[in-house]
Design a protein around this ligand. Structure first.
Ligand SMILES: [Fe+2]
Length: 311
């Protein structure tokens, strides 16, 4: 990793190239990000009323919270307002939306340690999204819904952006994961037995934590090693993130260098065009796929499977 940019005005193309090289961009809140964060905060406050969502662990059991999140998170994911706001946020940041594809925005939660850190509120260990079949041109956009603390934020391990790590990504196939595991996320309340790609070597435990205000965004390459910092505060953390790919980079196979990901399958079918929510053309998908794709129903996660799970 080289640089961290704040409210940069460089072009989207130059920004993408810098992100693929490991730079990170922090962007101040805009009308669109504020609207999306407010929408999520209101949903949380209604679902946990009369309690503050940040202290809900003092009032409800882990099972009760998991049951509420099991309904709330899919509702957030497939609300049309969220997709409209992603397109708006792209426009506000100088991204050409006709070539921009995004994966549905997700709401995440991180509760004080040992309360609820598996399944539906999985506390992610250090990982690259590219160990989970993300395309190398994927960019992640992440924003907090409430003010962050250093100990309930996201942690980055910048030195590993260009340093390979022994890891178990070769055990991960995106289609198998969709078929077997995602449907059961809400059931893994206390322990999570799902096999996930992990580092298989000790890591230097130095993380960098960026703390933008609510609605501020951290943009980073899916190849960056990052984690949910174990939450040692008394407050739950809630955040929103979504992923994007740019058509030109998908077809040119431009992106971050793949230094250690060996997973199979691809999540690229989940991305929807910002203008009309169409998926990427088959020829573009084929450039990123391998021979592990079989049944039609396991190829996507996105909105389609979420609707099935929540109906
Ligand atoms: Fe991640």
């Amino acid at each position: 990793m080289g640089s961290v940019f704040f409210d940069s005005t460089i072009s989207d193309k130059e920004r993408r190239n810098r992100l693929y090289a490991g730079d990170i961009f922090i962007i101040s809140a805009t009308e669109g990000t504020r609207a999306l964060a407010d929408f999520a905060r209101k949903m949380l406050e209604e679902a946990f009323s009369p309690h503050d969502p940040r202290t809900i662990h003092e009032h409800k059991t882990a099972e009760e919270v998991a049951a509420i999140l099991g309904k709330l998170k899919p509702q957030f994911i497939h609300d049309p307002f969220c997709k409209r706001m992603v397109a708006q946020i792209m426009l506000e940041n100088g991204v050409g939306v006709e070539k921009l594809y995004f994966d549905v925005p997700r709401m995440r939660s991180a509760y004080p340690s040992h309360f609820l850190s598996s399944g539906i509120a999985y506390a992610f260990h250090p990982h690259r999204d590219t160990w989970y079949s993300a395309p190398m041109c994927q960019l992640n956009w992440w924003m907090p819904i409430y003010p962050l603390e250093p100990d309930n934020a996201m942690g980055f391990y910048p030195r590993y952006f260009d340093e390979p790590i022994h890891n178990s990504s070769d055990t991960y196939n995106y289609y198998e994961w969709n078929a077997k595991n995602r449907a059961s996320a809400a059931q893994h309340v206390k322990t999570d037995t799902r096999v996930q790609p992990k580092a298989q070597q000790p890591l230097e435990p130095q993380t960098v934590r960026f703390l933008p205000p609510p609605g501020g965004i951290i943009v980073f390459s899916a190849a960056h090693l990052h984690e949910s910092v174990p939450n040692t505060t008394d407050l739950a953390r809630y955040s929103i993130d979504f992923r994007t790919v740019h058509y030109d980079d998908v077809v040119a196979r431009r992106g971050a260098p793949n230094i250690d990901s060996r997973c199979t399958g691809t999540s690229i079918r989940d991305f929807l065009r910002a203008t009309d929510l169409s998926t990427l053309p088959d020829q573009a998908v084929a450039l990123h796929d391998d021979d592990t794709a079989k049944g039609k129903d396991v190829l996507y996660f996105g909105d389609k499977l979420v609707k099935e799970l929540s109906s």
